[in-house]
Design a protein around this ligand. Sequence first.
Ligand code: ADP
Ligand code: ASP
Ligand code: MG
Length: 401
Amino acid sequence: MLLVHKYGGTSVGDLERIENVASRIMKASDAGNNIVVVVSAMSGETNKLIDYATHFTTTPAKQEMDMLLSSGERVTAALLAIALQAKGYKAVAMTGRQAGIVTDSVHTYARIKSIDPKAMLDAINDGKIVIVAGFQGINEDGNVTTLGRGGSDLSAVAIAGAINADACEIYSDVDGIYTTDPRIEPKAKKLNTISYDEMLEMASLGAKVLQNRSVELAKKLDVKLYAKSSFSDNEGTLITKESANMEEVLVSGVVLDKNQARVTLRNVSDRPGIAAEIFTKLAEMGINVDMITQNVGIDGSTNLGFTIPQSELDNAKSVIESFDHDIGSMDFDKNLCKVSVVGVGMKSHAGVAAKAFRTLAASNINIQMISTSEIKISVIIDEKYGELAIRILHDAYELDK
Ligand code: ADP
Ligand code: ASP
Ligand code: MG
């Protein structure tokens, strides 16, 4: 079989773990598989590099950030190839560029435009194990780009699509997708399968076990995607198309996202086009706006609130400051989190949201913002109640059963 294996930061966190990954790959290779391996930087490495940059400024140029951040993955790719070669296996390490990955020019959040798999396939035909540095590509001008946090998952899925792999296996420190983060709720249950759509919601809502764009792409390209552990041989979770029996399950998981900040704009000119201008500028800065609320205007002005990732707060401030004529004042709140309930079964059941609200009310947790879709309910609450909310909702929907 032709397989893509992706090993995340904890799996390659030190030299011993890289050796462990090398042994797993050797086993898969000995079993007759051809393998392209995608690796993350060692755990903590990307954050360390970000800290280095923010020593100088809180808004470093994104092109240079990509130059900096892409280095972490190159280190592990090279080390893993060296480890395999030391065991007598043929292996070659490639950067994103060498692997033929071309992206757009949105630095630190680039989208993959195309992959020319020739170099990877030539190496495989040469009997080599191919090790690709994840999370990166180049734009059409040849500058290095990165794919957003957790982006090695996206590299892996995109490569699996480009080489038409039989499966893409994402290895981390958990042996699959659980009903919630098992670090928060030890009673969380592992799911044998989950639909692309539910997984996409969970990932987009902050379950970092898979990067959301990787799930979106897996669905689009019909890539057979597994989440597995690099520390055990347990069967993982298959992420796949929705099937009839999945809909019988009302709720498949609950998700906590602590990386939330709210921006509140007061006395905003209540005129056509103002929201378009503000949100276009935020989008041009690559800032992902999540929930938005706008009050009914009074006397030509209104209040506008929205949530963004905490890491984008400084960038958002600089965008908002450029609107000084149209915005009276702005406030920021970082002590929040988002809690979400996800399940395809919600499409056909009433009362799922009401149950979540009742459950939170019973523990005296105040809801500050709400957003819903066909298959999810999200609420913004005080950060200090986030983990409690996950546990009581997990209980309320009997996810441990
Ligand atoms: P890697 O560094 O290998 O990419 P991540 O840290 O990104 O791994 O993802 C694995 C982590 O995801 C787990 O340690 C776990 O705490 C967290 N996680 C969050 N939600 C879930 C979930 N629903 N199921 C499994 N793991 C989850
Ligand atoms: N190293 C990058 C990050 O920490 C990409 C990844 O691990 O997937 O976000
Ligand atoms: Mg990850």
